[in-house]
Design a protein around this ligand. Structure first.
Ligand code: UDP
Ligand code: MG
Length: 313
């Protein structure tokens, strides 16, 4: 069986389009499908749309959260719920073309890889500023982290049961899936496709949510910011040490009093800034540790679909 996990947050408009688009794919693959929709605390009618779909259509189930916990939590819930030998993760807005699933299934069964993932060739149709920062993020994270993340990689992927179990064995609270998928290793084949725009509705991400998501990615997969803070501290010490010796010698030899408080003030502010920056970086890691040690669940389930009884589709 193939399980498909579909996180949904305020997607009442897109779900019908999705179901329509995925229907033909079900007949092109020899294995049966299981669809697990995760309602991530939507405030629109997503839940009632899902309730109806799950009673009407064979193989459609849903999990509904008590509030919005974010896409990462929704993915985790879906992975835990999936029973299939192969598990796919995809968005509901048709930015992940359903017909690609056929090709992905072909590759994973014939080439003996553990995962077939997708990558967007272009970022066409995306705001320029968003593309710019996305590229910058991948450049930085790939420089400073040993976990390599592929630029343009989508969450859309088909994995074997073995890889899914490996991902589920990672128990951390702060989950950055793009990194986790890479971290567990296994053989992944990427297929590229042209960017597709959302079917309807709007993206749930704005600049700041993406920015803080990218900071999460860096903090979760690299200790480099901490190293940078230490190196900056060491360099500041070194330079001020040299300057101090120079000033002492100059006073002994020439006897002139050290003049100029503006230079002093700039130095004090500069060093103060360095200290605050380093504290901020350390604080980021401590806040992650704090969240991690609270051991709160990633999500709370309020409702689940009944056992699958329908036979229609
Ligand atoms: N999503 C979610 N929880 C959230 C935000 C988004 O489950 O808090 C889902 C959303 O319903 C969609 C997928 O994650 O299926 C991708 O979201 P979106 O299309 O808004 O992101 P984009 O494609 O713009 O990156
Ligand atoms: Mg989208």
């Amino acid at each position: 069986m193939i399980s498909i996990i579909i996180p949904c947050y305020n997607e009442e408009e897109t779900i019908p389009f999705y179901l329509k688009a995925i229907a033909p794919v079900r007949h092109q693959v020899s294995e049966p499908f299981e669809f697990i929709f995760v309602n991530d605390g939507s405030t629109d009618h997503t839940l009632s749309v899902l309730r109806k779909a799950s009673t009407d259509l064979k193989g459609v189930r849903f999990i509904s959260f008590s509030r919005n916990f974010g896409k990462e939590a929704a993915l985790l819930a879906g992975l835990r719920e999936a029973k299939g030998d192969y598990v796919a993760v995809m968005d509901v807005d048709l930015q992940d073309p359903p017909e690609l699933l056929v090709k992905m299934y072909d590759i994973i069964t014939t080439k003996n890889v553990d995962c077939v993932a997708t990558r967007r060739d272009t970022r066409e149709g995306e705001p320029i500023i968003r593309s710019f920062f996305a590229e910058l993020f991948y450049k930085i994270v790939n420089k400073i982290s040993s976990t390599k993340m592929v630029d343009g990689a989508r969450d859309f992927r088909l994995m074997t049961r073995q890889m899914v179990d490996a991902i589920l064995s990672l128990t951390e609270y702060n989950r950055f899936s793009k990194g986790l998928f890479e971290w567990v290793g296994f053989e992944t084949e990427y297929i590229a496709y042209d960017n597709v725009e959302r079917s309807t509705g709007t993206s749930k991400w704005n600049f700041w949510s993406l920015f803080s998501y990218s900071i999460d990615g860096i903090i979760n997969f690299s200790e480099m910011p901490l190293n940078i803070a230490s190196v900056m501290g060491a360099l500041a010490c070194l330079f001020s040490g040299i300057a101090m010796i120079y000033i002492i010698i100059r006073t002994i030899v020439f006897g002139d009093p050290t003049s100029g408080w503006p230079s002093l003030v700039t130095i004090v502010l500069f060093v103060g800034g360095l200290q605050l920056l380093s504290l901020g970086i350390i604080g980021k890691y401590i806040s992650k540790i704090f969240l991690e040690t609270k051991r709160r669940p990633n999500y709370i389930i309020k409702e689940k679909s009944d056992e699958d009884t329908s036979s229609k589709w």
